[in-house]
Design a protein around this ligand. Structure first.
Ligand SMILES: *[C@@H]1O[C@H](CO)[C@@H](O)[C@H](O)[C@H]1NC(C)=O
Ligand SMILES: *[C@@H]1O[C@H](CO)[C@@H](O)[C@H](O)[C@H]1NC(C)=O
Ligand SMILES: *[C@@H]1O[C@H](CO)[C@@H](O)[C@H](O)[C@H]1NC(C)=O
Length: 547
């Protein structure tokens, strides 16, 4: 009987909490972290050593950061290139280390392996079949593997799988998928996926590139392209479900570019229960807006969002309206389980020089707030001074801030264009940085941070206020994502099941006992950050590893 009551407890805790936060009026704040990191942060990934890896592309010409002496790259595409197109950025010290990439990574994809090594796949021209890896260490640099992919991947999407492999789906004129790194015979095969051809609007305006991928709790792959979705059994190369078309006549993928997240998975301490999985997609624009924008007609982006319970037998889309029109927005899961919608434009399309009216205000979305005449799930946040349009990115940092970078809507580095190439990075501080309750501080994870599936472990934390009454506590586990083109691949947040409620140990020290996720389909092996959330205010994250 214990497991059941705990499920209720966790569910109740989670929704009460977000409602309480809804009354907060603070709208977050912005801080410029660095005026230039030397490149435009068009692709970003946080590594388990808390460094951000960013890269743009070689074709944009000289970047604003040189490679170290003796590291110039000679290649057959240009000639000698002594500029770096990838950097490691440390968000705490704000230092930069130039990295070496010799082939083009333009509009590519990536994922973290269970070992914490970043795998990047594809790109443009000589880079289109390259698989690159970068380990999280002080002096590591990119290692490039030619022909690491069977076919060219430009604008493809990646997802880390329960077996530790990465699935790479689609790309320009690619109606198929494959697995990397290639270690078994099944990895050396290309698997056809006609859905990607069926959802293409036209060869020139595909509206289905960078398809949205989300791993379901039973290990299938939800694939969304344009305005349609399927459930893919990628092991047997079989479409096991066709979802209803998303209403509204809006295209959601590149170049119409909306964004998508898997809402928090609320885990049960009854390990046999699969949690419900719900996808949330926002923004995008009309199917022909790219053609119109190229002809000088910049149509408004969509305000619409949709939620779909992808694990339901007969799911249907529940549509909602954002307070602002937006395409090219990034959707970021905050440690609280709320969703931040940030970056992008209100008119036009993705692509060079075709986005208009940058949307400077992020919007916070609280998934569990009941919709009434007086309450809204959406709240408009403080604006950034810097437009972030095409080729901009956002990424959750361990300390709960959101790093924002990139924006190169021009065919090369251009600092005089109306929307110039942006080399700066900023941090957005969500409202929980101005809390009216104590922020928990994790002091210890017991018995260890190397977790096994189903393992019970304890999070010890303290709060500054002496003998404070404990408010609602829950624990979240967040996978670091690879972000490019408004889509954070592998983004995943689990609300862990409590083994017992949080208690005071002594003075201002507390402990909460939780269970690690039960299976690799819930949480593929690898690195995650865990957060203790107290009355809607998260601690800083601590890295754990699960396998
Ligand atoms: C925090 O402040 C908001 C108003 O800004 C208030 O509604 C809420 O009750 C406060 N929470 C606590 C725990 O004091
Ligand atoms: C790029 O580098 C040049 C030369 O060092 C410098 O003058 C310029 O200000 C830099 N631009 C940006 C946006 O950082
Ligand atoms: C930068 O953009 C402006 C406006 O689009 C254009 O006139 C100029 O030629 C561009 N500069 C470079 C170096 O491409």
């Amino acid at each position: 009987m214990r497991p059941k009551s705990l499920v209720c407890l966790v569910l109740a805790t989670f929704s009460l909490f977000t409602v309480a936060l809804g009354s907060q009026t603070h709208r977050g704040k912005w801080k410029l972290l660095k005026r230039s990191i030397g490149i435009s942060a068009m692709h970003m990934q946080l590594l388990p050593n808390d460094k951000i890896i960013a890269f743009d592309w070689k074709g944009s010409g000289p970047s604003n950061i040189s490679l170290p002496r003796g590291k110039c790259v000679v290649d057959s595409e240009t000639t000698t290139d002594c500029y770096s197109h990838s950097v490691e950025f440390d968000p705490s010290s704000r230092s930069i280390r130039p990295l070496t990439i010799t082939t083009d990574t333009w509009c590519s994809s990536g994922a973290l392996l269970p070992s914490g090594i970043l795998i990047q796949s594809g790109g443009f021209r000589l880079g289109e079949r390259v698989v690159r890896s970068l380990a999280p260490c002080a002096n590591c640099d990119w290692v490039e593997q030619k022909n690491g992919l069977i076919t060219s991947r430009w604008y493809a999407s990646n997802q880390i799988l329960p077996n530790g492999k990465i699935i790479v789906v689609g790309g320009m004129n690619q109606f198929n998928y494959e697995f990397i790194p290639k270690t078994s015979t099944s990895d050396k095969k290309l698997y056809q996926l006609p859905f990607l051809e069926e959802t293409r609007y036209s060869p020139f305006v595909p509206n289905n590139l960078y398809p949205f991928l989300h791993l379901t709790p039973d290990g299938k792959l939800f694939v969304f392209a344009n305005d349609r979705a399927i459930l893919l059994d990628y092991v047997n190369n079989k479409v096991v479900k066709n979802y209803p078309v998303m209403p509204g006549g809006v295209s959601r993928n590149y170049p119409s570019t909306g964004s998508s997240v898997l809402l928090p998975l609320i885990l049960s301490s009854n390990f046999n229960n699969h949690p419900e999985a719900e996808v949330f997609i926002c923004g995008g624009t009309a199917a022909d807006s790219n053609q119109k924008a190229n002809a000088g007609d910049f149509v408004p982006a969509s305000k619409s969002c949709g939620r779909l319970v992808i694990t339901a037998n007969n799911p249907s889309w529940k549509m909602e309206q954002m307070p602002l029109n937006r395409l090219m927005g990034d959707m970021i899961l905050l440690p609280t389980g709320d969703v931040l919608i940030i970056n992008g434009a209100a008119k036009g399309s993705a692509g060079w020089n075709v986005g208009r009216e940058p949307v400077l205000n992020p919007v916070l979305y609280r998934p569990n707030v009941p919709i009434t005449a007086k309450t809204s799930r959406f709240e408009i946040m403080s604006p950034s001074p810097i437009p972030r349009v095409y080729h901009s990115t956002a990424h959750l940092l361990s300390d709960g801030r959101v790093l924002v970078g990139g924006s190169n809507p021009n065919s090369n580095y251009n600092f005089t264009a109306v929307y110039p190439t942006e080399l700066s990075v900023e941090a957005f501080y969500p409202p929980y940085f101005s809390p009216n309750v104590s922020r928990p501080i994790i002091s210890k994870i017991y018995p260890r941070t190397n977790l096994e599936y189903m393992q019970r472990f304890s999070m010890h934390f303290h709060m500054h206020q002496w003998h404070e009454e404990l408010g609602k506590i829950y624990v979240t586990m967040v996978a670091p994502s690879f972000t490019s083109h408004s889509y954070s691949m592998n983004q995943r947040l689990l609300v862990l099941s409590l083994d017992s409620e949080a208690q005071r140990v002594d003075f201002s020290n507390y402990v909460v006992h939780v269970h690690a996720p039960a299976t690799a389909t819930l949480a593929p092996p690898g690195y995650y950050q865990v957060f203790v959330v107290h009355e809607g205010v998260p601690s800083k994250g601590t890295w754990v590893h699960i396998k």
